[in-house]
Design a protein around this ligand. Structure first.
Ligand code: NAD
Ligand code: UFG
Length: 361
């Protein structure tokens, strides 16, 4: 079975490629490398001992996407796909798409809303149109816990009310709605919407990990760069929340656990479930200061920090009820916060400047 992974060179995408290959899926990656390096895919090949078919293209480029679907159909059937949907249907050897490609920084989305709507919404529409053209109607979509806004209760269940406060979050919520409309119009689509909580950590090999451009926005990569001396200290955004120690609480999930959530979501798609939505989290909240202490243990160094005012738009606490994914996908996160910090440190200390490649795009 062949899986097209959009955004497969990125942080979560590269880790998911490892798990997919491990579980025996064939992987094709499309990525424009706007926030990643092709070196990540070479490292995935080194980890798995398998070659990955990679296409450097923008998902908004329908001609380029078509080529990827068409190439595969020609390789297997030696027929020229026609323009009509029914003539392409069945001629394509891609069985499902896992769709990671998009922009993801909340603050940047406020500054550059058009880029976010274009990459995320227009990009997804282009992908869906080409999938429809080739009769590929199985999709796993990367959504986010950000669609729950400031939750009225904890832990968060999938049927909680949805609300968003920034362009990035709106793209995720809009895409969820688009996917539901698509399924209403054609029930032969099968779509798994995965709402990620806070992905952290790195593959245990230390060969791949999160490699943000510039100064990191997110907590763990920031702490990791303080630990290797690239940044002088951590800013802790507020210690006056109504939480265990006053700092923000999040559901940090190891990226390899998150990745295996995707390999579990795939077989479910082939049981014709329609549109299904799952939280991917551990079900446990940890505070910012708990993460700082766990990271200090993992790296054996002190992490200097300063308490600064709250960051605009942050909520006090957020963690998942992951029981639906456990029940329906037989998936559960198993790695501890200690392991998340150890693996982040292993990646960061072995690769102090990340993939050390000039980012393109
Ligand atoms: P990432 O930036 O590392 O990966 C995204 C990949 O998509 C990158 O390799 C980038 O080059 C590529 N890309 C972006 N726009 C593209 C386009 N128009 N055409 C082709 N490729 C394009 O981010 P990630 O952390 O791996 O996130 C993957 C997905 O998960 C995103 O959709 C993100 O919104 C979602 N998500 C991430 C988090 C998180 O905290 N990391 C949380 C919730 C949801
Ligand atoms: N934090 C700091 N200092 C920093 C960075 C973060 O104190 O330098 C704190 C934040 O205030 C928050 C916690 O660490 O309390 C986690 O912050 P992150 O930026 O790492 O993560 P968020 O929970 O804000 O957001 C992340 C992704 C979003 C996604 C959301 C889903 O960045 O894209 O998880 O839950 F939508």
């Amino acid at each position: 079975m062949k899986i097209l992974v959009t955004g497969g060179a990125g942080y979560i995408g590269s880790h998911t490629c490892v798990e997919l290959i491990k579980d025996g899926w064939d992987v094709v990656v499309v990525d424009n490398l706007s926030n990643s390096s092709s070196e990540a895919l070479q490292r995935v090949e080194a980890i798995t001992g398998r070659t990955i078919e990679f296409h450097q293209a923008d998902i908004r480029d329908k001609a380029a996407l078509s080529k990827i679907f068409k190439t595969r159909s020609e390789m297997h059937h030696h027929v020229e796909p026609k323009n009509e949907e029914q003539n392409n249907t069945g001629n394509c050897s891609i069985d499902a798409v896992i769709h990671f490609a998009g922009l993801k920084a909340v603050g940047e989305s406020v500054e550059m809303p058009l880029e976010y709507y274009s990459n995320n919404i227009t990009g997804t529409l282009a992908l869906l149109e080409v999938m429809r053209e080739y009769g590929v109607k199985n999709l796993v979509f990367s959504s986010s816990a950000t669609v729950y806004g400031d939750p009225h209760a904890l832990p968060i269940k999938e049927d909680f009310p949805l609300s968003v406060t920034n362009p990035y979050g709106r793209t995720k919520l809009m895409i969820e709605e688009i996917l539901k409309d698509l399924h209403v119009s054609d029930p032969s689509w099968n779509i798994s919407i995965l709402r990620y909580f806070n992905p952290v950590g790195a593959h245990k090999s230390g060969k791949i990990g999160e490699d943000p451009l510039g100064i990191p926005n997110n907590l763990l990569p920031y702490i990791a760069q303080v630990a290797v001396g690239r940044l002088p200290f951590l800013n802790v955004f507020g210690n006056d929340y109504n939480t265990v120690d006053g700092t923000g609480v999040r559901d940090f999930i190891h990226v390899s656990d998150l990745a295996s959530g995707h390999t579990k979501a795939l077989p479910k798609l082939f049981t014709n479930p329609g549109v299904v939505t799952y939280n991917l989290g551990t079900g446990r909240g940890h505070s910012v200061m708990e993460l700082v202490r766990a990271f200090e243990k993992a790296c054996g160094r002190e992490i200097p920090f300063k308490i600064v005012p709250r960051r605009a738009g942050d909520i006090a606490a957020c963690y998942a009820d992951p029981s639906k994914a456990q029940k329906e996908l037989d998936w559960k996160a198993t790695r501890t916060v200690e392991k998340m910090c150890q693996d982040t440190w292993n990646w960061q200390s072995n690769n102090p400047t990340g993939f050390n490649k000039i980012h393109t795009g």
